[in-house]
Design a protein around this ligand. Structure first.
Ligand SMILES: Cc1cc2nc3c(=O)[nH]c(=O)nc-3n(C[C@H](O)[C@H](O)[C@H](O)COP(=O)(O)OP(=O)(O)OC[C@H]3O[C@@H](n4cnc5c(N)ncnc54)[C@H](O)[C@@H]3O)c2cc1C
Length: 403
C-alpha cells in the first residue's frame, strides 16, 4: 500500500511557515523587493531564526536534520508566498547545495561559513556556470593547481551566479569546481569552497535580469586564488560527481518552488474570475475558462505528486541507501523539466484571464511569470539538459552520448 500522507510534523511545519510567511512576505512585500532589487535583511534573519535556512543539515552543524520531504514543503511554501521566486532561491540554494557542501566540508569551512549561513548571517552558494557555457560541466575552463601549502591555486571565471552581492555583504562563499587534471576529463575535477571576499576573487558584474530581481545574479573572476587544503570539498578528482549531487538536491527544491508559485497563481486567478463579469455573468461561469483551469489543476496535481515522490526517494537514498544516484536522476530531471514549464504556463494562462490588468505591474502575476521563467532556462540545468538525462536513463547510455 502506498501512503501519500505527510507526517504530523511535516503538516505542522507547513502550517507554521505558511503563517509566518503570510505575515512577513505578503505579495505587496514581494512587489517591493522586486522593485528595490533586494530582500529585506529582517526577512533573511527571520528565516534563519525560524530554522528555515540550511534546515537539511545535521543539528550539530546548525541545521535541524530535516528530511527532504520537509525541505520540499519549505520550498513549495516559499514559492507560494514569493511568486517572484527570489527568496526561494535564497532558501533552496542553501538547503540543497548547503547540504552537499556541508557533507564534504572540513571543520574550518563549517565553522567559518556554514554555521553562520544557517542563522541568516552568512551565505553559501554554487559557482558552476562559466562564460563559455553552463550546461557542459566537463567543458569548463577553471583550473585547480596544487599550491605550496598543500591546497589549490584556482584560476577561472564564473557567471550568472545567484547571490554574489548578498554573499559579499556577509562574507559568504561558493562551491566551485575545476580541472586539476584535464586529461582525465570529468574524472579530473576537484571542488573547493571559495569565499567571495578572498584574495584574488573579483566580482565582475551584477546582471540586469528580467526576473527574480530581489536576489542578485553576478559573475566573479578568480586569479591565483590560493585556498588552503581544508577548503577542498570532498576528495580530489570527485568534483564532477560532487557537482552532480548538488544539482540533484537543488532540482527537487526548485521544482517545489515552481509548484508553490503555480498554486498561488491559480488561486489569484480563481478569485479574479469569480469577481470579474463579462456578458452579464462572472468569468468563472464560462466553460472556456473552467476547462483552462481544469487543465492546469490536472497537470499541477500530477507534477506535484512527482515532486514529492522524488523528495521521498531522496530521503530513501540518504537514509536507507535505497536508490543510487542514476536511478534518482531520471525522476529528478522529470521534476525539473516539468515543474518550471507548468508554472510558466500557469502564470501565462491566468494572466490572460485578467485581460489588460494582467499585463500591468498592478497585477502580481507578471512578477511570477518573469521569475519562474528563470527556472526553465537556468539554475540547475536547462530543459534540454533534463531531457538528456531522462532519455539517457530510459534508452541507455549507448544511445545518448553527448560527446
Ligand atoms: C537567474 C539565474 C540564476 C542562476 N544562478 C546560478 C548559480 O547560482 N550558479 C550557477 O552555477 N549557475 C547559475 N545560473 C546559470 C544556469 O545554471 C545556466 O544558465 C544553465 O546551466 C545553462 O547554461 P548557459 O546559460 O550557459 O547555456 P548553454 O549551456 O550555453 O546552453 C544554451 C542552450 O543550448 C541548449 N543545449 C546545450 N547543450 C545541449 C545539448 N547537448 N543538446 C541540446 N541542447 C543543448 C541548452 O538547453 C540551452 O537552451 C543561473 C541562471 C539564471 C538564469
Amino acid at each position: 500500500m502506498v501512503d501519500y500522507s505527510f507526517t504530523e510534523e511535516q503538516e505542522l511545519f507547513r502550517e507554521a511557515i505558511r503563517e509566518w510567511l503570510g505575515k512577513n512576505l505578503t505579495l505587496e512585500q514581494v512587489r517591493e523587493n522586486d522593485t528595490k532589487h533586494e530582500l529585506p535583511k529582517s526577512l533573511v534573519k527571520g528565516m534563519g531564526d525560524l530554522g528555515l535556512l540550511l534546515l537539511t543539515l545535521p543539528e550539530e552543524d546548525g541545521g535541524s536534520d530535516a528530511d527532504w520531504v520537509t525541505a520540499t514543503i519549505g520550498a513549495e511554501e516559499l514559492g507560494y508566498a514569493d511568486i517572484s521566486v527570489a527568496s526561494p532561491v535564497f532558501y533552496l540554494v542553501q538547503a540543497s547545495w548547503g547540504y552537499v557542501i556541508n557533507s564534504l566540508a572540513s571543520e574550518t569551512v563549517k565553522e567559518k561559513y556554514i554555521r553562520r549561513a544557517a542563522t541568516g548571517n552568512g551565505f553559501i552558494g554554487i559557482g558552476v556556470t562559466e562564460p563559455g557555457g553552463g550546461s557542459d560541466v566537463a567543458g569548463f575552463k577553471t583550473t585547480f593547481k596544487p599550491n605550496a601549502g598543500g591546497g589549490w591555486n584556482i584560476n577561472g571565471e564564473k557567471c550568472y551566479i545567484s547571490g554574489t552581492a548578498e554573499a559579499a555583504e556577509v562574507d559568504g562563499g561558493y562551491f566551485v569546481s575545476g580541472f586539476n587534471n584535464r586529461a582525465a576529463g570529468h574524472r579530473g575535477m576537484t571542488a573547493a569552497f571559495v569565499p567571495i571576499n578572498y584574495e584574488g576573487v573579483e566580482i565582475t558584474k551584477r546582471f540586469d535580469n528580467m526576473g527574480r530581481m530581489a536576489i542578485s545574479t553576478g559573475g566573479f573572476k578568480m586569479t591565483d586564488v590560493n585556498v588552503p587544503a581544508d577548503y577542498q570539498l570532498g576528495e580530489t578528482n570527485r568534483g564532477f560527481y560532487n557537482t552532480m549531487e548538488g544539482f540533484d538536491a537543488a532540482r527537487v527544491l526548485v521544482s517545489a518552488s515552481c509548484i508553490g508559485a503555480a498554486q498561488r497563481a491559480m488561486e489569484i486567478g480563481m478569485d479574479y474570475i469569480k469577481e470579474r463579469h463579462a456578458f452579464g455573468q462572472p468569468l468563472a461561469k464560462y466553460q472556456g475558462i473552467q476547462f483552462d483551469l481544469a487543465d492546469m489543476v490536472a497537470h499541477h496535481e500530477a507534477i506535484k505528486t512527482l515532486v514529492y515522490k522524488t523528495a521521498w526517494m531522496l530521503d530513501k537514498r540518504y537514509k536507507e541507501n535505497k536508490y543510487n544516484a542514476l536511478e534518482l536522476s531520471k525522476y529528478i530531471s522529470m521534476c525539473k523539466y516539468l515543474a518550471p514549464h507548468h508554472a510558466l504556463d500557469t502564470f501565462r494562462r491566468v494572466l490572460y484571464w485578467m485581460g489588460a490588468y494582467g499585463y500591468t505591474k498592478e497585477c502580481p502575476l507578471e512578477m511570477g511569470m518573469r521569475g519562474v521563467m528563470s527556472y526553465c532556462i537556468g539554475a540547475e540545468g536547462t530543459a534540454n539538459i533534463q531531457k538528456i538525462v531522462i532519455s539517457r536513463e530510459t534508452l541507455g547510455r549507448d544511445w545518448t552520448k553527448t560527446r
